[in-house]
Ligand binder design. Structure first.
Ligand SMILES: NC(=O)c1ccc[n+]([C@@H]2O[C@H](COP(=O)([O-])OP(=O)(O)OC[C@H]3O[C@@H](n4cnc5c(N)ncnc54)[C@H](OP(=O)(O)O)[C@@H]3O)[C@@H](O)[C@H]2O)c1
Length: 277
């Protein structure tokens, strides 16, 4: 394969933006619901190796390790010397903060923890029963106008909510970040994937390999064997081969990080895609 084809396979081009097909997730970096400061050396080493390997898209959230994931990510980026404009950083506002003043305040807090002056992408982490979506988007639109956020998106939104969010956003929504992997087709069945593909919205697949399915799926194992790659790479390539789908695996292990990043260079055939479906 030529270099330019590989480059093309590693990115989604959307409204003149080049978005990596494979980014790096940060759930459990820094702790889980609470900060776990005892693991900082291990977490920093993982972020350092991800940056050294060439990951440029990082996904975090205010709730990850109660903000500590953002602190560590910001620190790792600063220490790496990678220029801010070479990176694409996403954070998310928690469902408990979907009110005008709260959204503005939470974005400021995320920026403060990251020690950055803008986010590339800011998402509503989860919809919440009774949330005031118009008020939430009024604040999100202000953040875009102020330049604190470059793009807006949502996460865990079904089709009805996604369309509602689109109407309230002053700028095109960049993504709906949802659970999507070989055994989880919820957002195919509910129509979100097709809608995203038809309307220039990225579907960001989270938890792409965590479930135990990778080691137990005969098709994944057979394809990995015949191509001489790992079954995790096939599971990721099954996502990245699909138009408008990107994904954000998390790994603390530099060998896993490296193989995950390279999965974007694998293009599955129609027949292989069908076999996994
Ligand atoms: N928007 C939302 O509501 C939402 C929800 C969940 C997740 N997310 C985002 O999506 C990201 C990814 O999801 P996730 O962290 O839940 O699950 P994941 O990335 O599917 O799985 C992470 C687990 O898989 C293992 N792993 C990764 N690559 C591997 C490989 N090549 N070989 C063997 N094991 C591998 C890791 O272990 P090792 O460390 O040992 O490699 C880790 O335990 C999160 O970090 C977060 O940023 C968003």
């Amino acid at each position: 394969m030529t270099g330019s084809i590989i480059l093309w396979m590693r990115y989604e081009t959307i409204r003149e933006l080049l978005i990596p097909k494979i980014g790096f997730g940060t759930w459990t970096i820094g702790g889980q619901e609470n900060a776990d400061l005892t693991g900082d050396d291990r977490f920093m080493a993982a972020l350092r190796s991800a940056l050294e390997l060439g990951y440029t898209l990082f996904d975090t959230a205010e709730v990850y390790a109660a903000g500590h994931a953002e602190e560590l990510l910001g620190k790792a980026v600063r220490e790496s010397g990678v220029a801010r404009d070479k990176l694409f950083l996403t954070s998310k506002v928690s469902p408990d903060h979907l009110a005008y003043e709260d959204v503005l305040r939470c974005c400021e807090s995320s920026l403060r923890r990251l020690e950055m002056d803008y986010l590339d992408l800011y998402l509503i982490h989860w919809p919440k029963q009774g949330m005031n979506l118009p008020e939430t988007f009024r604040a999100l639109n202000v953040l875009v106008r102020q330049g604190k956020v470059r793009h807006l998106g949502v996460s865990n939104f079904n089709l009805k909510l996604l369309k509602q969010a689109e109407r309230l956003a002053e700028t095109p929504l960049l993504t709906d970040q949802v659970s999507y992997c070989v055994p989880d087709r919820t957002y195919v069945l509910n129509g979100v994937l097709e809608y995203c593909q038809q309307n220039d919205i990225l579907l960001t697949a989270y938890t792409p390999v965590k479930h135990r399915f990778v080691k137990g799926n005969k098709n994944l194992l057979a394809m990995a064997g015949s191509r001489g790659v790992s079954p995790y790479q096939i599971a990721l390539a099954w996502l990245t081969t699909q138009p408008r789908v990107i994904t954000i695996p998390m790994s603390l292990d530099p060998r896993h990080q490296a193989e995950n990043l390279l999965a974007a260079d694998i293009r599955l055939s129609e027949e292989e895609m069908q076999r996994l479906a």
